[in-house]
Design a protein around this ligand. Sequence first.
Ligand SMILES: [Zn+2]
Length: 489
Amino acid sequence: MIQVMKKVFKSLLLAIGILLLVMVLKAFVFNTKPEFNSLNSPTASSNVDGSAFLRFSKALQFRTLSPSGVDDSMAIQKFQQLHHWMKINYPVLAQKAIWSVINQGSLLIELPSMNKTLPAALFLGHLDVVPVEDSSNWKYPPFDGTIEKDTLWGRGALDDKNAVIALLESAEAILKTNKIPQRRILLAFGHDEEVGGNLGAAQISKYLKDNNIEIGFVNDEGFGVMEKVIPGLKNDAAIIGVAEKGYATVEISVEIKGGHSAWPKRDNTTSVLTSALKKLDETQFESRIQEPIKGLFESSAPYMDWGYRLLFSNLWITSPLVKWVLNQGDKTAATVRTTHVTTIINAGEKENVVPPKATAIVNFRLLPGDSIKNVIDWVKRTINDDRVKVRLTGNSNESSPVSPSNGLGFDELHNSVNEVFPSAVVVPGLAIVGSDCKHYIQNCDRIYRFLPYKFNSVNLTGIHGKNEHVIRADFENAVRFYTVLFGKL
Ligand SMILES: [Zn+2]
């Protein structure tokens, strides 16, 4: 008996030893830092036009608030003024590129190219900005474009005129040197991204399709060079979004005859609704470590300390632990599962009357792989009560397909990051909130979300918040980035 136990113990030790060895090998031998070969290229250190930052300031002075609809001529006028200003301030681009105004407020600019048979590179940006709730809270008025030392303050400084102006500066600079890019470079600037993009991006996408313009890849806002966002990674992470979560809103309602609150029924609308909501609150969608989050950890692991490196290089065995850790933080939890939260509850008007109808609105953000149909089925199954009606309401989008983390578009973005942000680690990412690029799924299956700007906990609060600002060096790096990138296309 003792002999048998000794044998079992020995084999167990051997198995653990092999397992540890495989984990260490995976972490430290097979998963190593990729070689960079293009550091300090001449274009990466090229100078940016000294008046570029001033032009950026001017662009922020146009109050291009998203239009309320196609008839909002007051709003549309501001976009047209901005178009006009662009043509004057980017004269070479105005002369050599083809400018098309789409649906009055959006712009599609096609740079001259050597080879029109190559699929085009499409760069997105949006001209509209979100309103300012209380400008007295701002350090400088939000539409003055104030430059104080090396900082520019104003609405749109990081969302998203920073992309638009840096793209225009790079395009102008390239055309001034008489260099003609190989493939078609298209700049598409929507005018209603902040309210869904149906007037702008959706129409540009349709225009491209109707004109049979083949798109090789799309790049939009969504992520950037992010400081301290990946647990265990000290380097900045240049996150290239390769997918985007879906969006769905579900109405849950209960109708039961009301009555006087002095002799309530056992089950009434409010009690049935709250118990349904409690069931939803206590149940979560299954967590999954899948692409692109799996790729995010695998690509950043070689740059991590040994503990994290061991953990993230061996997701095949450590994923339950990693999922548990990620589920402890709100933002990290949102990357590994479909999330939901009740945002509106409505019932009753009078304190002594039992309401005949009670409704709640629950908002879902869907992980790639979970469909809107899955969500509705899950809600019904979880509540499991025939008295509760469940229906989809408002706008909804399925989660996006996952674009490849290599090949055309991704590789050029990756190599340009290596040149302009040499200490940043390039990783694929999952965008939690949507942008205009969702409208281009019909044009192309390589859709990337990367802005060549540094983001940290300080400047991120300016996006849709107060004191939106950008630092001159960051803006000039973005211009360099697009110049480098355009050179690779
Ligand atoms: Zn935006």
